[in-house]
Design a protein around this ligand. Sequence first.
Ligand code: PMP
Length: 407
Amino acid sequence: MKQSPNHNSPWQLARRAERMNPSVIREILKITERPGIVSFAGGLPSAKTFPVAEFARACATVLRDDAAAALQYSASEGYGKLLEMVAGRLPWAVDPGQILITTGSQQGLDLVAKVLIDTDSPVMVETPTYLGALQAFTPMEPRIVSVRSDESGVDVDDLTRKHVAGTRFLYVLPNFQNPTGRTMVEARRAALVERAAQLGLPLVEDNPYGDLWFDAPPPPPLTARNPDGCIYLGSFSKVLAPGLRLGFLVAPKAVFPKLLQAKQAADLHSPGFNQRVIADVMQGGFLDRHVPTIRALYKAQRDAMLAALSREMPGADEEDPDQRMTWNKPDGGMFLWARLPKGMDAIALLPKAVDKGVAFVPGAAFFADTPDPRSLRLSFVTPSVAEIERGVAALAAAVRENMPVAA
Ligand code: PMP
């Protein structure tokens, strides 16, 4: 039995707590919070997009008209009107009785882990994948199986090769993925849903960024194609405000009651006041007017980052992608995925970049197995355009100074 680090302590940690390691990356990121640093590291929505006046009005309305219910304990499923509004916005027919309001979609990941994972259960994830999902799954002691992914999404043949009977689910982020910004193309979605159904592999589809498309909406969700084979996670964090901590999950009848029981055990219900405030703000089609303003802002910031990268990064005329920095062009969301020249390591570069005044997340944080040491994630939504320009210039300087000297 493992002991807690202090042998004089009476506290013996559970095995799952032993697995809750602070990631090295998170520790490094603490230094990035120093004032004056342009941070491309955090996955924080721009505070400019928070509809503060609408929240102020909605808080007053809820307290005036519905205070007793808003401030009381309430149903674990969620506030009825919000459940209906969520169902109404989903692009497939969903019974509000299949929706559970969660304390952010992060809680959805935690509940899914508790309900579906036993010790040593195989669980499949994309490569790379969302760090917060790995953190939610790991305490339940799964055997994580990383499936190859490329610019078009999950590699369905690799999934088939690696799949073993009894795999509990594949966790997948089809839209503007965290960390890569990638979007799964239509053909891949269709192939994945078909193959998963053949294999008897449930899908957990996480879609916090789907509304944040820039030029055209992404193809329909995986869940819309096979609702009985998928759990779908959604969030209000990126379209309204993350501080309200509200999201939702949609689950088939076979698992919904267990997820509901896990929710009851976790926190009884999501805050009734916050749910009513969000429902009040959403009334009258607010999101249809508000979300396009977020898209326009984030698209302009993505373009500013792309332009700055092309302008500032050394080796612009270098043909060989191993000899220069490369990056993708996400069609929505908050993140861009970049790769350093061959021989460079993003973890080693980070403190040097911080010295120059810029921070990013080394991509290694997002791999469940062998990391790509050259990769890094850049968020383009939190800093202003002027900060993006300053930050990319600082990053380019750090890359230039630390590039291996050509032989
Ligand atoms: N899933 C993904 C892919 C995310 O990027 C995030 C937020 N960073 C979450 C889930 C959790 O979001 P929230 O709990 O705020 O809804």
